[in-house]
Write a protein that binds this ligand. Structure first.
Ligand code: ADP
Ligand code: MG
Length: 462
């Protein structure tokens, strides 16, 4: 399949060629013709498969005719976070560079006044986070009666962040005939219900089953005591051939501590968590994309859906407590057919979560030491936990529920709903700096390009 055969305009094809895209990804070649035909679409494909272009490209052509009226946007795209909203705006900029579409971004952390001025000018494409959109709506700053195309993007993230009631409210406010597109990496029951309620006979496009990522990713675990995790991380960062890496922690407090610890040991690290200012987060992200920062310590919520470049390594500093997060995390490596390595740190308290992940994957994750306790393990376990350990037996290990409270524009309250049994430790097992520093401050180490389907053809394109 080629972009040329999908019914897109030649003007748009030029912009696509400029973007360096050779052929559409599976979600794109299945969704774009349906969107152009005016059908509702339910698109399910994991992160990094090109969902954004599968709605922005046809939208640009569809909106190229017609004129926007003041305060009556012609299309609306809902995004769960400010970063994602900003990325979608960039996509419209990139693909729509030969078109004259007006757009506005309604996200938190930016003055309402400026946003109202944008709305007054009339917008073809409105990209918004649900909370901010409803805020403007309730102040009478915009009408939704002109919306002809509605996109609910990253729907499962909306769910994680407690935005589904807001999304539903917005959907019911756009009463008139319109086309609805819903994209999600996964399809939990709540999202299925949302789709059933608001999509009209949609074309369902489902690609790249979750387990298919595993082909290019070498996954393993390391048994480690809680207090030895940072030491282990430093050892692996120096002994493995790490080009660039994301270190995932379950909670933002852990993100901060691991980041500080890596900095203390002169690693070229950055952090991404919900307590940071929007501008700081954007800066770290761009430093990481440019290779100025080579190790990014992040929480799930802060990293969610972001177009982070493919990395050589993913370290799960903590075992994710929801199995789907494991798939999202490791999906940051091994992208576009490249080889990637995912290493998960497992403390004795994590067995229950590891079991759930292994069940989902349908296989056991092994450690290169053959799961025999290493010297570090033995040493640290003694410090770690005096109590006898039963596999999966600790009582606060219930699967966390999706949060129902509404965080303002999302990220601030991340991981609030997660059970918290690893108290932040003030320990410092990481006093001695490490000798072998080849990933340290290696600012010229460029991360591999985002998803460039360069020399290796990704499996999902074959
Ligand atoms: P998703 O929303 O599915 O997580 P994105 O839309 O953010 O994925 O796309 C991930 C990356 O893939 C982006 O960097 C984008 O520029 C790139 N990309 C999208 N479509 C193509 C294509 N057809 N060819 C090459 N790269 C693409
Ligand atoms: Mg996306």
């Amino acid at each position: 399949m080629k972009f040329q055969y999908m019914g897109l305009s030649s003007t748009l094809l030029r912009a696509i060629a400029d973007a360096g895209y050779e052929k559409p990804t599976p979600i794109q070649w299945q969704a774009i013709p349906a969107v152009l035909q005016g059908k509702d679409v339910l698109g399910i494909a994991q992160t990094g498969t090109g969902k954004t272009a599968s709605f922005t490209l046809p939208m640009i052509d569809k909106l190229s005719q017609g004129q926007a009226k003041a305060r009556m946007p012609r299309s609306l795209i809902l995004e769960p976070t400010r970063e994602l909203a900003a990325q979608v705006a960039e996509s419209f900029e990139k693909y729509g560079k030969h078109h004259k579409l007006s757009k506005a971004l309604l996200i938190g952390g930016v003055s309402m006044q400026d946003q109202v001025a944008d709305l007054d000018r009339g917008v073809d494409v409105l990209i918004a986070t649900p909370g901010r959109l409803l805020d403007h709506f309730s102040r009478g700053n915009l009408m939704l009666s002109g919306v002809r195309i509605l996109v609910i993007d990253e729907a499962d993230r909306m769910l994680d962040m407690g935005f589904i009631p807001d999304v539903e409210e917005i959907c019911t406010k756009i009463a008139q005939q319109h086309q609805s597109l819903l994209f999600s990496a996964t399809m939990p029951p709540v999202i299925k219900k949302l789709a059933d309620k608001f999509l009209n006979d949609p074309k369902v496009v489902e690609v790249a089953s979750q387990s298919s990522t595993a082909d290019t990713i070498t996954q393993s675990i390391r048994h480690v005591g809680y207090k030895a995790k940072r030491q282990l991380l430093r050892d692996l960062l120096t002994s493995e051939k790490v080009n660039n890496a994301i270190v995932f922690c379950n909670r933002k407090i852990e993100v901060k501590e691991v980041y500080k610890s890596l900095k203390r040991h002169k690693f070229n690290a950055g952090q991404l968590h919900g307590d940071m200012q929007q501008s700081e987060r954007m800066e770290v992200l761009s430093d990481f994309k440019e290779g100025k920062v080579t190790i990014l310590v992040a929480s799930d919520v802060a990293a969610r859906g972001l177009d982070i470049p493919s990395v050589s390594h993913v370290f799960n500093f903590d075992v994710p407590q929801q199995s789907e997060d494991y798939v999202h995390r490791i999906g940051r490596t091994g992208r576009a057919g490249r080889k990637g390595t995912a290493i998960t740190f497992v403390t004795p308290r994590d067995d229950k979560y590891l079991d759930a992940i292994e069940k989902m994957l349908g296989k056991k994750l092994t450690s290169p030491e053959g799961n025999a306790p290493t010297k570090t393990d033995v040493k640290s376990e003694a410090k770690f936990d005096k109590k006898p350990h039963h596999k999966g037996g600790h009582k606060d290990a219930k699967k966390p529920q999706h949060r129902h409270s509404k965080p303002k524009d999302g990220e601030q309250n991340e991981a609030k709903n997660k059970p918290n049994h690893n108290k932040p430790h003030k320990n410092d097992d990481d006093k001695k700096p490490n000798k072998n520093k080849h990933v340290k401050n290696k600012s010229n180490a460029k991360p591999k390009e985002s998803s460039g389907f360069g020399d290796n053809v990704p499996n999902f394109l074959k």
